[in-house]
Design a protein around this ligand. Structure first.
Ligand code: AP5
Ligand code: MG
Ligand code: ZN
Length: 214
């Protein structure tokens, strides 16, 4: 099963993609997580990506497309994947379609997690990410058992660099300009499903499972 998560920054793509990956036994591939891992390890790719990410801009398409095409070659992708944060522009979506078509394949579902802009800033300022395993929490909606400590691995939690309110505002406007057109793109391809992302996390997930099939 090949699934794409669409939605504004902070809509809950990562939260839901992790649950989908666990339930359906497919890898969760987040381009944002891959870039953050590269930044942490101070790779050349990480250094390039950071200059864009810190401003809330998109990393150039070529860098992202090459990276994702390499990722697809890994063995765990044989039965599909859930993509979180890719594609994010029409050229990225076209590159994905072209690569899949060459193998006689196509995207099965594009799930748009809908959350209005008003809810986003609040969500982002409360988000905490683990420096060790990348798990995400929310101080109000999904708190850890011990404040500031990851439930899964015990490492400390941080606020992401791009979650400052000014940067979040820019990420939202970049989203509306460059990524929102993908909703139409996948509606035309007849694979779009919309879910209400303002509901609690478990309800959002059960709506997604209804779309994907148990
Ligand atoms: P990326 O890491 O993809 O960030 P994003 O799209 O801005 O999305 P987020 O990860 O911030 O939000 P999310 O939807 O995953 O929400 P989450 O589940 O964490 O990209 C970062 C940057 O990398 C980009 O700006 C760009 O520069 C670059 N990049 C990445 N991919 C790229 C590409 N393809 N092309 C070019 N550049 C690229 O949830 C958010 C918070 O809300 C959490 O605290 C969570 O606990 C909470 N929450 C989740 N669901 C609910 C709920 N139902 N109710 C209440 N709270 C909830
Ligand atoms: Mg995410
Ligand atoms: Zn952790």
């Amino acid at each position: 099963m090949k699934i794409i998560m669409l939605g504004a920054p902070g809509a809950g793509k990562g939260t839901q993609a992790k649950k989908i990956a666990a339930k359906y036994g497919i890898p969760h591939i987040s381009t944002g997580d891959i870039f953050r891992a590269n930044i942490k390890n101070n790779t050349e790719l990480g250094q390039k990506a950071k200059t864009y990410m810190d401003k809330g801009e998109l990393v150039p398409d070529e860098l992202v497309v090459d990276l994702i095409m390499d990722r697809f070659k890994e063995a765990d992708c044989a039965n599909g994947y859930v993509l979180d944060g890719f594609p994010r522009t029409i050229p990225q979506a076209e590159a994905l379609d072209k690569a899949l078509k060459a193998q006689g394949e196509a995207v099965d579902f594009a799930i748009n997690v809908e959350v209005p802009d008003e809810n986003i800033i609040n969500r982002m300022s409360g988000r905490r990410a683990c420096v060790g395993c990348g798990a995400t929490y929310h101080i109000e909606f999904n708190p850890t058992k011990v404040e500031g400590v990851c439930d899964a691995c015990g490492e400390k939690l941080i606020l992401r660099d791009d979650d400052k309110p000014e940067t979040v505002k820019n990420r939202l406007s970049v989203y509306h300009e460059q990524t929102q057109p993908l909703i139409d793109y996948y509606a035309k391809a007849d694979v779009l499903a919309e879910v209400d992302g303002t509901q609690d996390m478990e309800k959002v997930f059960s709506d997604i499972v209804n779309v994907l099939g148990a």
